[in-house]
Design a protein around this ligand. Structure first.
Ligand code: AMP
Length: 297
């Protein structure tokens, strides 16, 4: 594996079918799942590691976001990455950008509403990675379901010739979705954080038992989260998977998303639903057998 810091170097080194895995680093098993998916698809796997200042609000955790290049380098090697792209801010934004990308409607609710400007920052950095690296495929986690919809729309609207591939959410054995931010959780908060996935799984169980009402599923998720983790969810919402508009009844591919603050740390999670006639299949993601590389750290 080589570590490179400019787009030109990456384009010169990458050969054949190029698969890109964009990340903000502090890698965990969720990121590694994206990298293995890329490994099976691409000749050259490029993972980018960039904590993008543009997608953090002024009151958010940009400064304290976890960073550890040495650890990430070892993990990327173990995941079969060929090129680790670690640009400085000056490579990504040589000048303050005057170009903005607004993805309307899809960013109106949920994370878009809670984090003004967030998806504009995500869209710009992803567009720059696509333009600068020119990957054939790029890998994103279902964990960030609204982001996945936004990236799909960005690639389609701007005619980027890239396949967007989604990867199921990777979870700790007890259900907590992996996130670099989990390392901020105290032991007590770590237990409370289980409320998010427990709420979602209770709603998924209800779907499998025939429940289709959006408000009912949201209420099940809220109550279970409060029961397990004493968590007040910021939102619990059933949304159309492509348009990211609230869905009153589960009649098309969708996701039930939740967000909550656990102490100082803000966490999000979701369960995706695929509709096939009267059948609805819930995707709860994949559970690790033992502690993740984050918990083992
Ligand atoms: P981040 O470093 O948090 O910006 O995430 C980089 C990529 O990893 C995004 O496509 C995320 O959706 C994905 N990702 C984050 N957490 C998980 C997870 N637990 N399982 C699968 N993918 C994830």
């Amino acid at each position: 594996m080589i570590v490179l810091s400019t787009f030109a170097e990456v384009r010169a080194a990458a050969t054949g079918r190029v698969g890109l895995v964009p990340t903000m680093g502090y890698l965990h098993d969720g990121h590694l799942a994206l990298m293995s998916a890329a490994r099976t698809d691409a000749d050259t796997v490029v993972a980018s590691l960039f904590v993008n200042p543009l997608q953090f609000g002024p009151e958010e955790d940009f400064a304290r976001y976890p960073r550890d290049l040495e650890r990430d380098t070892d993990l990327a090697v173990s995941a079969g990455v060929d090129i680790l792209f670690v640009p400085e801010v000056e490579e990504m934004y040589p000048e303050p950008p005057r170009t903005g990308i607004v993805i309307s409607d899809l960013t109106e609710h949920f994370e878009g509403a809670q984090r003004p400007g967030h998806f504009e920052g995500v869209a710009l950095v992803v567009a720059k990675l696509f333009a600068g690296i020119q990957p054939h495929s790029s890998f994103f986690g279902n964990k960030d379901a609204q982001q996945l919809a936004v990236v799909r729309r960005l690639a389609a609207d701007l005619s980027f010739p890239v396949d967007i591939v989604s990867v199921p959410t990777v979870r700790e054995a007890d259900g907590l979705a992996l996130s670099s931010r989990n390392r901020f959780l105290s032991e007590a908060e770590r237990l409370q954080a289980r409320g998010l996935s427990r709420g979602l799984f209770a709603a998924a169980d209800a779907v499998e038992a025939g429940e289709r009402s959006g408000p009912e599923l949201e209420s099940i998720a809220r109550h279970r989260a409060a029961e397990v983790g004493h968590l007040q969810l910021e939102y619990a919402a059933l949304a159309d998977a492509a348009t990211v508009q609230p869905m009153p009844k589960l009649v098309a591919d969708s996701f039930l998303a939740v967000a909550a603050r656990v102490g100082e740390t803000r966490l999000i999670d979701n369960v995706a639903f695929t509709v096939d006639g009267d059948e609805v299949v819930a995707d709860r993601g994949t559970h690790l057998d033992g502690p993740s590389i984050l918990e083992g750290a």
